[in-house]
Design a binder for this molecule. Structure first.
Ligand SMILES: [Fe+2]
Ligand SMILES: [Fe+2]
Length: 187
């Protein structure tokens, strides 16, 4: 079979859905390379800071790695701003959605809300309530989310920091995104 016969999903047979599922599994195998290509594009995203978004991401991941954080945490740090290109007003959620099938729920929540937690550091200067993060104060991951922004985000704009290159993290990206996903969906 080259393609399915149906033009409406309700008409598909189980053989056709098996065929599509196999193709989908094959396509998912290329995810680590697509993630890396997307990270490389961060070299040319938001400007005005002393470092590129890619350098910011490498700095975040390098600091997490040097602090002995888990592979999952380091990869989450590396990807936390990967949504900048396509979701400038909801970048945290985009990054979190990419990570969600492969990491713990706590780590997913930390990445998903990091944009709100970051406001603590610049809200006063820009007229936004710095304490917006308190809406999450009853969550089990609240302190961990504060820690992520304090140690691996708000401080990662230093052009003199000796970050590891993207190639250093490739085995970790492979490890996380070659896993069996925790859940899947098709639409
Ligand atoms: Fe961010
Ligand atoms: Fe960031």
């Amino acid at each position: 079979m080259q393609t399915v016969e149906f033009t409406q999903m309700r008409d598909g047979t189980s053989e056709e859905y098996e065929f599509l599922e196999e193709l989908e599994r094959d396509y998912a195998k290329g995810l680590p390379e697509r993630i890396e290509a997307s990270l490389e594009k961060l070299e040319h995203s938001l400007s005005g800071y002393k470092v590129s978004r890619l350098e910011h991401s490498l700095q975040s991941a390098t600091r997490a790695h040097r602090d002995g954080r888990s592979v999952d945490y380091v990869v989450a740090a590396l990807l936390h701003d990967i949504g900048d290109e396509l979701a400038p007003y909801s970048h945290s959620e985009l990054a979190a959605a990419i990570l969600r099938p492969y990491v713990s729920d706590d780590l997913y929540q930390i990445i998903k809300t990091h944009g709100v937690f970051q406001i603590f550091y610049y809200g006063k200067q820009t007229g936004i309530d710095p304490n917006l993060r308190e809406r999450y104060k009853n969550e089990s991951w609240y302190e961990d989310a504060i820690e992520f922004c304090e140690l691996y985000d708000q401080n990662c704009f230093d052009p003199d920091y000796d970050s590891e290159p993207l190639s250093f993290f490739k085995p970790m990206i492979n490890e996380v995104f070659s896993r069996e996903p925790l859940f899947g969906e098709r639409s």
